[in-house]
Ligand binder design. Structure first.
Ligand code: NAD
Length: 367
């Protein structure tokens, strides 16, 4: 059996789904590993490092033609998958809601697709959880971008030129990305508060040495996720938050509800009430933004408040993002390979939950 990986071609994508480390582990399991020339170059893994791990370089068509299991970050364009054979499988973050027709077409050709955004957030799935590993990178980078763009130091400094007070930073949304953003701001010495609608995040925020900002609105949904707020809850949240926002120098927003556009939390009126020179970094820019003024990929200034909507945050730290992503895929591949061959066990809840194109079956959706 052969495991393959193509070079990622999406704009801004610098990660790779196979690293020399995971290639070596696959080879040790008796599998052949094939990769497209330069697949890992942007992430810091030259071809020679894969060859040293026992993998074979090839051109893209050759990789697709020979792979039984194709690993990717994003779903490759259709013209790079034409050589895939029936009976093979592809695994990645395939964005099934956006790529439904293409995934169905692959299914009809006998290529089974597994999209790891759909993994249940269970203990057994943790080692395969690409949403968590990549959100950690995104949260870290969002805070570094904030520190770089803020017109101030983050830590308190006592200098001959006087004492500099620490920056006051708020993180809205304390999931995996938000908690990593809080931890990063703490390391940089900021005075930090965190806010989330899930009450259990209070303890997680406080364990990082930050204060929990209590706005009196809680909205836990199913599967450990938040649910969308009702109109009344949203109004209550906005009224309480508007008052509290005035003190912050930097706000990093990471709020998300699975399968829904990002909740709009920061309104135009709130921006008006913020300090001049305040900075908002909206990590949710890709899914519509948590701030009304966010323009994906742009920096805008609204009445003296700067709003950044960075994209491709995880891809911006491609070495460690790829290392974690590739380990997630290696662990998931363990569920698909039996006796040296591709043999997905659809009775396994993780296999069944992530398969998005079984012909004749109802497909799972991002809820
Ligand atoms: P996410 O990216 O879906 O959302 C980010 C955060 O935004 C969440 O904490 C959510 O509560 C918050 N949010 C949503 N609407 C909001 C609003 N209106 N105002 C403020 N905050 C809002 O979340 P995630 O980081 O993917 O994690 C979701 C859950 O899954 C968490 O409970 C996390 O602990 C859990 N999780 C479990 C595992 C596991 O056990 N395998 C792994 C990873 C995450």
């Amino acid at each position: 059996m052969t495991v393959g990986a193509l070079r990622e071609t999406a704009k801004g994508e610098r990660r790779v789904a196979l690293t020399p480390e995971t290639a070596r582990k696959l080879v040790a399991r008796g599998l052949a590993v094939i990769f497209e020339h330069d697949a890992g170059r942007e992430a810091g893994f030259p071809d020679a490092t894969y060859v040293a791990a026992g993998a074979t370089p090839a051109d893209a068509a050759d990789v697709a033609a020979r792979a039984d299991l194709l690993l990717c970050v994003q779903l490759p364009p259709a013209d790079r998958l034409t050589a895939l054979r029936a009976g093979t499988a592809i695994v990645g973050q395939l964005r099934p809601n956006a790529a439904h027709d293409r995934l169905e077409a692959l299914g009809e050709r006998g290529v089974t697709a597994f999209s790891l955004e759909l993994l249940p957030r269970t203990t057994r799935a943790q080692a395969m959880d690409v949403l968590s590993s990549q959100a950690a990178v995104a949260g870290y980078r969002a805070m570094l971008i904030a520190a770089e763009a803020a017109p101030m130091f983050f830590p308190m400094l006592t200098t001959a030129a006087g004492t500099i007070r620490p920056a006051k930073v708020l993180v809205i949304g304390a999931g995996v990305a938000g908690l990593q953003a809080i931890a990063t701001a703490r390391r940089l010495g900021a005075q930090i508060e965190g806010y989330d609608v899930r009450p259990e995040t209070r303890e997680q925020i406080e364990s990082l040495g930050a204060r929990f900002l209590d706005l009196g609105v809680s909205a836990s949904g199913s599967g450990g996720y938040a649910r969308e707020l009702s109109a009344e809850e949203q109004a209550a949240q906005q009224a309480a938050l508007g008052e509290r926002l005035r003190v912050f120098d930097v706000v990093v927003t990471t709020a998300a509800v699975p399968g829904r556009p990002a909740p709009k939390i920061l309104t135009a009126a709130m921006l008006e009430g913020m300090k001049p020179g305040a900075l908002i970094v909206d990590l949710a820019a890709e899914s519509g933004g948590n701030c009304v003024a966010t323009v994906p990929g742009q920096r805008v200034n609204v009445g003296g408040v700067t709003v950044l909507g960075p994209l491709d945050l995880a891809a911006g730290a491609p070495l460690h993002a790829s290392e974690m992503y590739a380990r997630n895929l290696l662990n998931f591949a363990g569920l698909l390979v039996r006796d040296g061959g591709l043999s997905p066990d659809f009775a396994d809840d993780l296999v069944a939950a992530t398969c998005v194109n079984r012909v004749g079956e109802k497909q799972p959706q991002l809820i």
